[in-house]
Structures are given as C-alpha cells and as structure tokens.
Design a protein around this ligand. Structure first.
Ligand code: AMP
Length: 141
C-alpha cells in the first residue's frame, strides 16, 4: 500500500498539484516534469502500489475517467494523438509507488515531438510456446 506516496499526499491535499479532474475514485493532475504539453497523470485514490494490487472498482473508475480526460487534453492543447503509458513495478521503471496512468499528448505539427520515443525491439511469438503460455495464464484468470 502507498498511503505515504507523494500521490496519496496530493490526493489528501497535503501538497499542491495542478488538479484537472476529481471524482470519488480518481484524480488527474499535470505531471510536474512533462514529456509534452498537457502530460497528465490519472491516479486512483486507492493507495495501491501497482496495477495488479488495484481493486476492480478502482480499475473501473480509472477506465471510466480516461477517455474523457484524453478528450479534454486533446481539445485544450491541440494534440493529435496520445500515448497512454503505465509503469508498473521497479523493473518497469516505476518511480512513484502508487498506481498512475500517464496520458502523454503527441503533436503531428510539432517537430520537437515529445520527450518520449518508441524504441520497441519486438521478438516473434513461437506458436507452441505461445499456446502453452496462453493456456497457463488463462487458467489463472
Ligand atoms: P513513473 O516513472 O511512472 O512512476 O512516473 C512518475 C511521474 O510522476 C513522473 O513523470 C514525475 O514527473 C511525476 N511526478 C512526481 N512527483 C510529482 C508531483 N509532485 N506532481 C506531479 N507529478 C509528479
């Protein structure tokens, strides 16, 4: 649990943030170190550290708020696209120990782009291994 995280303190109003949205389940704030104009964090109020710890109700609140927040950011900034990014756990680069979703606006007409680049180096799924792994995960759901 992450009741001492900086985001829990923002949710409780103990430290300031540029708040864009709040409902009973989530808040949305501007990222203090934006990768692009309008970079926003959508944060469940539940003090879960990582997505796998989040309750269904908080996950639903997060999912419900995201499209509306994306639309508002795009309209306000003129962004043409967004990246939705969620770092989940230390080995995935998560720095703040409280679930949050990044909404990172992208701009077709800005040559500077965002401070984010997509450098995926994909492999190829082996059909047999994929079938085994797929069944193994599906059994746990
Ligand atoms: P992550 O690496 O996914 O944990 O990202 C944490 C994000 O939180 C970074 O983009 C930080 O810039 C942002 N952040 C940290 N502290 C604050 C704060 N007080 N207000 C707004 N954003 C913050």
């Amino acid at each position: 649990m992450s009741e001492d995280s900086i985001f829990s303190k923002i949710i409780r109003g103990e430290i300031p943030a540029q708040k864009l949205y709040e409902d009973e389940g989530v808040i949305a704030i501007l990222d203090i170190n934006p990768l692009s104009e309008g970079h926003t964090l959508v944060i469940p109020k539940e003090p879960a550290s990582t997505m796998d710890e989040l309750s269904d109700d908080s996950a639903a609140a997060l999912g419900r708020a995201l499209p509306r927040i994306c639309r508002a950011i795009m309209m306000a900034t003129g962004a043409t696209s967004t990246n939705i990014l969620q770092n989940n756990g230390k080995s995935a680069g998560q720095e703040v120990d409280h679930v949050h979703v990044h909404v990172i606006p992208r701009f077709a007409d800005r040559s500077s782009g965002a401070g984010l680049s997509k450098t995926w180096t994909p492999g190829k799924l082996n059909a047999d291994e994929g079938a085994d792994l797929g069944r193994k995960i599906a059994r746990l759901l």
